[in-house]
Unconditional design. Sequence first.
Length: 178
Amino acid sequence: MRTPPVTVHSRNWQRSRVLVLNATFQALCEVPAERAVTLVAIGAAESVADHEPRVPIRAQHLEIPLPVTIRLFEYVYVPHTATVTDTSRATYAGVFRRDRHSCAYCADQAATTIDHVVPRSRGGTNSWANLVACCRPCNQRKADRTPQEAGMALLWEPKVPNHIEKAQHRIWRRLAAI
């Protein structure tokens, strides 16, 4: 069961998160709204998209609309990190988070087990492309078989999650609409 989104208003805006873009519009990270407002107030960043409906953040001599996305004025060098691929080792918690606790075979929202698409007994690995969240009945029904042998179809292709990339695509879509 998912919790409904919280409506942001002047009393709870501090708990929201704001996407930070580099000077080149590349997504860097998410920061607390207080930090984002501070960066805009001191002139280190600009608001790219504001929260709708408008939530004004007020100080004695300043009023800033609550941003959803900010862009830094100065480029921040980000050292290249190891790329995570579909064949990289995955964690069970990461698989549940990626699949939103939904069964990959029946879409039940109460997935409590992890299934190896290619069973470990047949050389399947603990990689992002081989692990899916699964409800107990589907996992027992599939057992030590491939989905094709069990007559079950995957509802989505398991792959490595990339949350920053998703945020980057949202920003590009928003900027294209301007």
